[in-house]
Structures are given as C-alpha cells and as structure tokens.
Design a protein around this ligand. Structure first.
Ligand code: PGA
Length: 244
C-alpha cells in the first residue's frame, strides 16, 4: 500500500489535477493500493472526483478528534470524517505528537473515535534522534504501541516513521528498518489483534529509495509525505515497486 500524506499542503485545483494524473498513470488495480490523505478541507471534493471519474483510490484523514469530548470547538470526529468520504485515518503522527503534545491518553480516545465509525487506523510511531542516539528506540516504540493493546480496532496498520527521517532527506539504514519492523510486528502480534495488517515505513521515502525499502521483510507499505505532493513522483513510486 502507498499512502500519500499531504500534510498542510495543496489546494482544490491541485487535488483535481493530482487525481486526474493518478487516473491516467495508474491502472485500477494499482489505484486500489493507494490512499490519499489530503487536508481535511479537501476530502469532500476528493470524494466527489473519485466517484465521478470512477477512480479506485481510497481516502484517509490526517487527524481525528475524540468523540467523547463534547462540546469541542473546531473538533472533527470519526462520523464527520466518514461523511466526507474517509475510510482511513492517521493517528499519532509525530508532528502532532510534538506540536500538539498528543500523548497516549488522548491518542487512545482518538483510536476509540475511529473504531466507533469503522475507520481503518494508520497508527504512527517513531523515535527522535536523541532517543535513537541514547539507544532507546525500541523502548520508545513499545511505549507508543502500548495503547493498541487495550483498543478495540478495525483493520489497522502501524507506520514506523523515525522522527529524524521525516522531511530530512535521510532514510533509516535498510538493516535497521528490517530489524525494527520485525520487533514492531512481534510486539503488536503479542496483543493478539486479528485486525492488525502490518507495518508501513515512512520518512523521506521517494522513488529512489522506495523499491529497496518495500522489498524488506516486514515492510507492508509506505507512508509518503513530501514526495507524494507531485503526482508524477508519487505514481513513479507506485509503478517502480510493481515492476518485476
Ligand atoms: P516525508 O513525510 O516523506 O516528507 O518525510 C512522511 C510523513 O511524515 O508521513
């Protein structure tokens, strides 16, 4: 699977052009492997274009608010995201953990909000450079994963995104990615959740690195930020990884 995480970028016209490009470049079977997560304000337009042009790409939201906190000015819960056309939702992205101090308690409530509406969760985890240098990567990841144990979830994936690799042009070493993915899979499997679909990698992935990363054991998909904004580059990533 290939997730395009646009973050706080794009416009309605860019969205339409991007979807047109995807429709021209990727056949339907490849489109089914793609999830576009645009800013929430463009979800409804994306959903309209997808229906009208009969695209097979899915939509995801980049964030969700807990449905148990009400009233909540500015809040958008799972039911609203669903109505806008989202099937997936990203929870726990490091940018939100850092900027909005999103921690396990709040993230658990977000998981609940998603599960109430059958949204499929893409749960992001990752260590900072300092934590990596202090040898704390696995303990940090386990702490972040902990809340999945108690959550009732529909189909979900974990996205491993080392914080120092996001938007930096640096990707983790291939051996490290494989080893860390294996440990994440073991940890989540120990929670005995049948709805666990695997671990994705993210952090400065582009068409020059995607093939090698996706060929690693335990890497089920890619979460792509900056490189997903250009339709051509995003499609190249999808196409390159499907060549034999
Ligand atoms: P990046 O972002 O590909 O620009 O590093 C990935 C992400 O934050 O999801």
């Amino acid at each position: 699977m290939f997730i395009a995480n646009w973050k706080m970028n794009g416009s309605q016209s860019m969205l339409v052009r991007w979807l047109e490009g995807v429709n021209k470049t990727l056949d339907k079977s490849l489109q089914t492997k793609c999830i576009l997560c645009p800013p929430v304000c463009f979800l409804s337009e994306a959903s309209k274009v997808i229906k009208k042009e009969k695209l097979s790409i899915s939509l995801g939201a980049q964030n969700i608010d807990p449905s148990n906190i009400s009233p909540l000015t500015g809040g958008i819960d799972g039911a609203m995201l669903k109505e806008l056309g989202a099937e997936y939702v990203v929870i726990g992205h490091s940018e939100r953990r850092k900027v909005f101090k999103e921690e396990n308690q709040l993230l658990s409530e977000k998981l609940e909000s998603a599960s109430k509406e059958d949204l499929r969760v893409i749960f992001c985890i990752g260590e900072s450079l300092k934590e990596k240098e202090e040898g704390k990567t696995i303990s940090v990841l386990k702490k972040q994963l902990e809340i999945l144990n108690d959550a009732e979830l529909n189909n979900f994936t974990v996205a491993y995104e080392p914080v120092w690799a996001i938007g930096s042009g640096e990707t983790a070493k291939l051996d490290d990615i494989e080893d860390i993915h294996r440990q994440i899979v073991d940890e989540v499997r120990s929670f005995k959740k049948e709805s666990f679909l695997g671990v994705f990698y993210g952090g400065s992935v582009d068409s020059s690195s995607s093939r090698q990363i996706l060929s690693l054991k335990g890497v089920q998909g890619l979460l792509i930020g900056g490189a997903s904004l250009e339709c051509e580059e995003f499609c190249n990533i999808v196409l390159t990884n499907n060549q034999n």
